[in-house]
Ligand binder design. Sequence first.
Ligand code: SDX
Length: 429
Amino acid sequence: MPAKNALVAVNGQSAELRLRSGTMGPDVLDIGLLYNQTRMFTYDPGFTSTASCESKITYIDGDEGVLLHRGYPIEQLAEHGDFLEVCYLLLYGELPTAAQKKDFDYRVTHHTMVHEQMSRFFTGFRRDAHPMAVMCGCVGALSAFYHDSTDITDPHQRMVASLRMIAKMPTLAAMAYKYHIGQPFVYPKNDLDYASNFLRMCFAVPCEEYVVNPVLARAMDRIFILHADHEQNASTSTVRLAGSSGANPFACIAAGIACLWGPAHGGANEAALNMLTEIGTVDHIPEYIARAKDKNDPFRLMGFGHRVYKNYDPRAKIMQKTTHEVLGELGIKDDPLLEVAMELERIALTDEYFIEKKLYPNIDFYSGITLKALGFPTTMFTVLFALARTVGWIAQWNEMIEDPEQRIGRPRQLYTGEPRREYVRAPHR
Ligand code: SDX
């Protein structure tokens, strides 16, 4: 598509800005030269109208509820693929051949152990520490163990670090859970697939054999796929910004984990389940709907609304289907939380306020019910989100490092503080 230009004229200044078109989605106005030409900044604190980068990894159409990873619809990847196949796709840009998949699975599987010293990090935490606090600390500490893959200018080292993180996140997440509940750590087993290995590291105990339920393992794998990547969300933008300074990949991922923890972002799955539990029964729903609409009440329906999706989050539909599969496999009938969730969704989707503001369930609305049914405590929900999102963060981080336009991210501001004033020494100073 030929680049066109846009003329911006304001306060007697003018700037000719390049208009760029992508493969799909909105065009962008390249404002890189705006300050040089007009001595003015743009202002967009929530980045609602700002593209921070060019990317080939994930495409979202919020109005249509479309999510593509390297062009493939999330519905098809969730239905037909497995998580490591999606990891390969996100990292390398194409689906793997059978040989490539076998090699990738082998490489990831043989990086799942962590340095034995890592286990001593955990003992420094209180047992009741939030597992996300533990993950922030332990993932950042990986850079203390893997100096041989922290040179970001070396593509080989970047790929080794990428594989290490994809491979070790389940092990660290399971260790955080085991430490939290006072059970011994369980080592990974190389004859298990990614999701089965993770479930076993979480739920096996030394006293008996742990038999993986293939339906639950498939559900876990699909949940990882649904959380793998999501364009330039807050935590991915955090990873990109941290990486733009040249920080090592482990530190960048730790920064992403910290950002994801917030209840407005990945912490919403924990908050959504706590909200459903607080609502308790269907007859309490109207009270909470009213609170969500009350401007003076900070309460929000957790798991509802999205910066980009102004339609149903396609992941939420697949998650809801997975919820029913897991509850069915476990023989859980009439789960009160699911009953509240489905009635809350039904009411919200017919309520004028939610329709007008285009508030639909997002991926966090049903995930908590599924994860609780799988046996995880709410404090582990965002850890699972971080585990799955690591591949997205890593793929976006690699793309940022390889981007010839990449520079350190350094936004400016609109200053509204005090003008210059002189310091006068007062008697009391
Ligand atoms: C994730 O970005 C991503 O891609 C994130 C993610 C990913 O995969 O990485 O998809 C994962 O983070 C999903 C979102 C999880 N968060 C929640 O479920 C928390 C509840 N949702 C909201 O806090 C909110 O919807 C956000 C944070 C998700 C989006 O916030 P925006 O885009 O800044 O929208 P907003 O806060 O300006 O809300 C617009 C209006 C407001 O009303 P007005 O001030 O215009 O009158 O909608 C209202 C809000 O009050 N609103 C809600 C609401 N969400 C927005 N009202 C009630 N309940 C809600 N959940």
